[in-house]
Each structure stands twice: as C-alpha cells, then as structure tokens.
Write a protein that binds this ligand. Structure first.
Ligand code: HEC
Length: 150
C-alpha cells in the first residue's frame, strides 16, 4: 500500500501541474476569445509608422490599402487582407523577406513591372511590411467573417 505522506505529496504535485497546464492553455488562446496572432511579426517593424509611410512614399497613388488615408487607387493590385495572400506579384512566396525586398526594389524581382522603386529604406520597408501583415481580412467581407480564425 502507498504511504499516506507519499500520497499527499503526489497529490500536491498533480495540483501544481494542473494549474500550470491551465495557464498554458489560457496563454495560447485556448479560450477562443484571444485575438488571432499575425502570421508574421517583423522584428523592429512598427505598423503605425508603416501605415503613415505608405502615404509619404506614394504607395497610395497605385494601391488600395485598408486603413491608409486616400489609398483607393487601382493601378496596382489592392493590398487588402495581405496576410492571407499566398504570393507576391504572382511569383514569389509571401514571406517577410520577399515582401521587404519587393517594396525596396520591385524591378529587381520582376523586371518590367510597372511598380517603381520609390527609394524606401530598409527600416521603413520593415514598418510597411509590419502594417501589411496586420491586414488579415478584406473589409468588404461581412463582419462575422472578420473573427474567423486563420
Ligand atoms: C506606380 C504605381 C505603384 C506604386 C507607386 C507602388 N506600387 Fe506596388 N504595385 C504596383 C503594381 C502595378 C503591382 C503589380 C506588380 C507586378 O505584378 O509586377 C504592384 C505590386 C505590389 C505588391 C504585390 C501585390 C500582389 O498582389 O502581389 C505589393 C505588396 C506592393 N505593390 C506594395 C507597394 C508599396 C508598399 C508601395 C509604396 C512603397 C508601392 N507598392 C508603390 C504599382 C505600384
């Protein structure tokens, strides 16, 4: 038979373990209420600065970008729901490295593209990318779809 003291000890340990598991479950969003995480975190990227920079650098002259003032142009493709896109310019996987490179020098990646190199420094390209990856849904979609997990 198991000694009384030993039994008490293991019961305590089980409780501690259960408490730890509960914390983990909450932290990882198992409660179903947590905000969906962005697909990519861009280290050092500031999405608010990026949002403003897209006006300063004239991206708005060609693109529709949700949340960016007067960005409703249709020269280039709309950047709505960017985090859900599979590819950049239909050719490159949509990864932070490719996006940052594209913003800085689209001609190098797709010669003949009409998207110009507008002289975006690396830090600003990171900020812009941080903002674009925060665009998770198309605002034209009905609101119930916006809370969709993806
Ligand atoms: C003169 C118009 C023009 C300007 C200015 C412009 N773009 Fe573009 N952009 C385009 C066009 C056209 C494409 C499609 C290019 C291609 O497929 O080669 C494109 C493609 C893109 C893509 C890939 C879109 C997709 O659906 O694959 C991103 C991201 C992008 N641009 C971001 C930006 C950002 C950020 C800026 C500002 C720094 C900017 N663009 C400035 C015209 C422009």
């Amino acid at each position: 038979m198991i000694k009384r003291e030993t039994f008490k000890q293991s019961w305590k340990q089980t409780l501690v373990l259960l408490a730890l598991l509960a914390c983990l479950a909450l932290a990882s969003g198992c409660n179903g209420l947590a905000e969906p995480k962005p697909i990519y975190d861009i280290p050092g990227g500031d999405m608010d600065r990026g949002r403003q920079a897209m006006t300063e650098y004239g991206c708005t002259a060609c693109h529709t970008i949700p949340g960016v003032t007067r960005a409703d142009a249709t020269v280039g493709p709309p950047l709505t729901g960017w985090a859900k896109r599979a590819s950049i310019a239909g050719e490159f996987p949509n990864t932070p490295e490719n996006l940052i490179a594209w913003i800085q020098d689209p001609q190098a990646m797709n010669p003949g593209s009409i998207m110009p190199d507008v002289g975006v420094p690396d830090a600003v390209a990171r900020d812009m990318s941080a903002y674009l990856y925060s665009l998770k849904w198309n605002p034209a979609e009905p609101p119930w779809r916006r809370n969709e997990k993806w």
